[in-house]
Design a binder for this molecule. Structure first.
Ligand code: 5AD
Ligand code: SF4
Length: 448
């Protein structure tokens, strides 16, 4: 019976890890309407773009991507096209005006209502829902099918941001800081483990500002991590993204004491110039950041650090930029993300004079060259060491498996044909591995 076939949903995800998490939740919400996920827009009965508004380029991509779906919609008039995520939140009505192909717009806080919105589309409407609702979207979505999951999963614990860095749209697109109650997070973690998950990355735009209300009052992120540490079958815990000013003493201590908390910390500083940090409204100095790094390294000497940097922030001078390079040299990052400043409408920095574009490009290249050298040195430093590796998929060579090290490096391992470790690496295994060699962006090793 043709009309009993499941309908097909294609989701394309842009931007951050929280969008990856949200896309999974949207797929599950649509699963309750009989939709299954497919791998290409051509097969789909419904296409969802889960969008990112953080920089202009990311936001503009949405419109060019939508334009490309015109032929698909001409060929299949019933095809539904939805825009979700942070561009939807910021530009919902404008999307509807600019792109008649779009059937629905749903913001990051209302995607649990997607099934109803699809019903509205079927009734001939073009719904736009960018509310900040009172109900808890996570609770509405909680009765999902218990399908098997990949070994590493994301779990949103906190959303939104009250920091108002002068360049950033997140406080406007994701809204004010909200923490989920700890017992709901712990229940979701337990479910993930029952579905095969071994590693959980706790997500929040400001994850270390987490302050859930639960058993015994106020919960910090450290307390939540310690509670997760007690879940049998969960082997690894990570969290991202953090603000330096919310690195509390208990969280720093957890890095030294909590066995399942991995030795890797993403701690963006954005700039190494106090003048620029002040204009960015970061509320800390370069020196304070460096002292914080000292304290974190005292608690966990082998920790791998990662950061985000913006170059060409309004009024950034050559000296400001040199200060950023100095800070990077002082810290020594294992990996990092760096961006040319992008002026975002509605943010305070958008009012300030821009740095010359050619100058900004040059700075970005120099900064990335330095960060690439540091990343290469970090990889090189792994050779000869023993690390834990959580295996996630098979590699390109026969018998080869690929996983992530404790420090988040990709590691390729071939199980030997004979001996005690012969042919026995499975997806989801966490094994000790000796690193034997490095490639440009990954490592190779052997089981211990
Ligand atoms: N321009 C460039 N980069 C930005 N980021 C946030 N806003 C902007 C902007 N307007 C970067 C910051 C942040 C990361 C997620 O994106 O480095 O940490
Ligand atoms: Fe993009 Fe930031 Fe929104 Fe994530 S929170 S989707 S990075 S704008």
């Amino acid at each position: 019976m043709a009309d009993m076939d499941p309908k097909k949903l294609f989701i394309r995800t842009y931007g951050c890890q929280m969008n990856v998490y949200d896309s999974e939740r949207m797929a599950e919400a649509m699963g309750s309407k009989g939709y299954v996920e497919v791998g290409s827009p051509e097969e789909a009965d419904m296409i969802l773009l889960n969008t990112c508004h953080i920089r202009e380029k990311a936001a503009e991509k949405v419109y060019s991507e939508l334009g490309r779906f015109k032929d698909l919609k001409d060929a299949k008039p019933d095809l539904k096209i939805g825009v979700a995520g942070c561009v939807a939140q910021a530009e919902g009505e404008e999307i509807m005006r600019r792109q008649p192909l779009v059937d629905l717009v749903v913001g990051p806080q209302t995607y649990h209502r997607l099934p109803d919105m699809v019903a509205a589309v079927e009734a001939g409407e073009r719904p736009v829902d960018t509310d900040f609702p009172v109900e808890d979207k996570f609770e509405v979505l909680k009765n999902r099918p218990l399908a098997r999951r990949a070994p590493a999963a994301f779990l949103t614990v906190q959303e939104g941001c009250d920091k108002f860095c002068a360049f950033c749209v997140v406080p406007y697109t994701r809204g004010a800081e909200v923490s989920r109650p700890p017992e709901r997070i712990l229940r979701e973690a337990q479910e993930l483990v029952e579905r095969g998950v071994r590693e959980i990355t706790l997500l929040g735009q400001n994850v270390n500002a987490y302050h859930g209300q639960g058993d015994g009052g106020d919960w910090t992120l450290a307390r939540l991590i310690w509670a997760l540490n007690d879940i049998d079958g969960l082997e690894r815990i990570r969290f991202t993204t953090s603000h330096p000013n919310d690195m509390s003493d208990d969280l720093i201590a957890a890095h030294g004491e909590c066995a399942k908390l991995m030795p890797y910390l993403h701690l963006p500083v954005q700039s190494g110039s106090d003048r620029i940090l002040k204009r960015m409204n970061r509320k800390h100095t370069a020196e304070e950041y460096l002292r914080l790094i000292d304290r974190i390294r005292a608690a966990r000497p082998d920790i791998m650090l990662s950061g985000d940097f913006i170059v060409g922030f309004p009024e950034e001078t050559d000296q400001d930029f040199e200060d950023t390079l100095s800070l990077i040299r002082a810290v020594g990052y294992g990996s990092a993300f760096s961006f040319k400043y992008s002026s975002r409408p509605g943010t305070p920095a958008a009012e300030r004079p821009l740095v010359d574009d050619v100058v900004a490009d040059e700075r970005l290249q120099r900064l990335q060259a330095l960060l690439n050298d540091q990343a290469a040195a970090a990889l090189e430093g792994m050779v000869g060491r023993e690390v834990g590796v959580l295996f996630e998929k098979s590699g390109r060579l026969p018998g080869q498996m690929v996983g992530k090290s404790d420090y988040l490096h990709a590691v390729h391992v071939s199980a030997p044909d004979s001996g005690p470790n012969a042919g026995d690496i499975a997806v989801g295994d966490l094994r000790r591995v000796r690193i034997t060699a490095r490639a440009p962006n990954s490592l190779a090793g052997e089981l211990i």
